[in-house]
Design a protein around this ligand. Structure first.
Ligand code: ARG
Length: 462
């Protein structure tokens, strides 16, 4: 028999019952639901809406139910539709009529809004902790490779030499912004909605601030219609998650390239690679590929949530039950990806010699050669043209710019002299790019310092 049976003449159709039920996926909210109910019951008794004894009985019952669900969640049933009604039904079974008083001055719309905010807050902290771990790993690895020269690319064509540290710290910047995005999302979701009622608050003398305080919220929602209808915070968090996945996916793409024998910049640890069922020589970067692949499904969740919300009139609509699977999947996926990506990086072998060799080819010093002439007074556009001609000659001969003699160089431009070789050496090309933000060892050391400061400051937040 349904909780709402009074209004109905017949039982719900079996299939409709299952279609309507969310317990199979919202059961993971049991802790938030019960914790919210404990705070609500305590507030009801503080306000004299139920007695102290009733609140104590309700609390005892709820705590027992929490332990029972933890031990075996098969006590939850699809017939009770969702986690909120399951907990209430179990409570009434356990303590009798007093259990029926828990739902005074409260609605399920209220409850689901509260539970999801509490769950989202926890997940924000969990995801953030994983991103911070990845950031620490990046900073450590970058610290070991401030002098490891590699080619920097544009259009996946070798462009200018950089350091591996610089490349890693570029990702560190992205993940740092991800942390601050999560912090921002947290600040906005940190409002307690309970007391919004079904949509129009309550006639009981409730104390919403007290509930907020008990549950560790820094504020309460200010409009009851919005309180039960708002899922912005989930959209915002899922957007932040999607951006994290996008960053992880780009990084994964590079890891995959770097593992190929064409690049051969890194080798992943055996524990983070897989073999082929037929080709004995294969060592595949499946982890990175899966992270790249899973990014698509997280974007799918974001689009599902945005689309689900876009046509809903105020206030609650059952469509909103669909927020759960999408959000849960996005949060689970990003946590799993982060927790496996970080040790994959920590255990990989960096092939510094190959990186350097790749940086020495591909005319990554051509810009520096043009800059050399420009520094001697030739307008940069003219210098660019001279060096373009030199590159053409070198390609035909299969050599590099520094293989040309000074005498030959002088025939292209009289400004060339012996000091050109030093000016276009790999170490000068990297070492002189020391402006803040550049790839030179001294510049990346500064970047690492700033990032370490950020990490230290973050340990005190949330
Ligand atoms: N299971 C529902 C959800 O996830 C809870 C709220 C139900 N409220 C209602 N009026 N049917 O959205």
């Amino acid at each position: 028999m349904k909780m709402w049976a009074g209004r109905f003449q017949k039982e719900i159709d079996r299939e409709v019952n299952d279609f309507n039920s969310s317990i199979s996926f919202d059961k993971r909210l049991y802790r938030q639901d019960i914790t919210g109910s404990l705070a609500h019951a305590a507030m009801l008794s503080e306000q004299g809406i139920i007695t102290k004894d009733e609140a104590a009985e309700i609390s005892r019952g709820l705590l027992e139910i929490m332990a029972e669900i933890e031990a075996d969640d098969s006590i939850l049933s699809a017939d009770a539709e969702d986690i909120h009604m399951n907990v209430e039904a179990l409570l009434t079974q356990k303590i009798g009529d007093t259990g029926k008083k828990l739902h005074t001055a409260r609605s399920r719309n209220d409850q689901v809004a509260l539970d999801m905010r509490m769950y989202a807050r926890e997940e924000t902290k969990n995801i953030r902790a994983e991103v911070l771990k990845l950031l620490s790993a990046l900073v450590k690895l970058a610290g070991e490779h401030t002098s490891t020269v590699m080619p920097g690319y544009t259009h996946l064509q070798r462009a200018q030499p950089i350091t591996f540290s610089h490349h890693l710290m570029a990702y560190a910047q992205m993940f740092m912004r991800d942390v601050t995005r999560l912090n921002d999302a947290y600040a906005r979701m940190d409002e307690m909605p309970l007391g919004s009622g079904a949509l129009a608050a309550s006639t009981f003398p409730i104390n919403r601030e007290s509930v907020a305080k008990k549950l560790g919220f820094s504020d309460i929602t200010k409009n009851s219609l919005d309180g039960v209808s708002d899922r912005d915070y989930l959209l915002e968090l899922t957007s932040a998650i999607s951006i994290i996945m996008m960053h992880l996916s780009r990084f994964s793409e590079e890891v995959i390239l770097w593992c190929s024998s064409e690049f051969s910049f890194i080798e992943l640890d055996d524990a983070y690679s897989t073999g082929s069922s037929i080709m004995p020589q294969k060592k595949n970067p499946d982890i990175a590929e899966l992270v790249r692949g899973k990014t698509g499904r997280v974007y799918g969740s974001l689009i599902a949530l945005l689309t689900m919300m876009k046509g809903l009139p105020l206030a609650y609509n059952k469509d909103m039950q669909e927020d759960k699977e999408s959000f849960f999947d996005a949060a689970d996926t990003v946590k799993m990806c982060l927790s496996i990506f970080t040790p994959m990086l920590e255990t990989m072998r960096v092939k510094a010699d190959n990186m350097r060799k790749a940086a020495s080819g591909g005319f990554t010093n051509a810009t520096d050669c043009a800059d050399y002439l420009a520094k001697k007074g030739l307008p940069f556009r003219d210098a660019y043209k001279v060096v373009g001609g030199l590159v053409h000659v070198c390609i035909e001969r299969g050599c590099g710019l520094s293989d040309l003699t000074v005498d030959e160089l002088k025939t292209y431009c009289p400004l060339f002299s012996d000091d050109v070789y030093d000016a276009i050496s790999l170490d000068t090309c990297v070492g002189e790019r020391k402006a803040m933000g550049g790839p030179a060892p001294e510049s990346v050391k500064r970047q690492i310092e700033i990032m370490s400061g950020f990490l230290k400051a973050q340990s005190d937040i949330l």
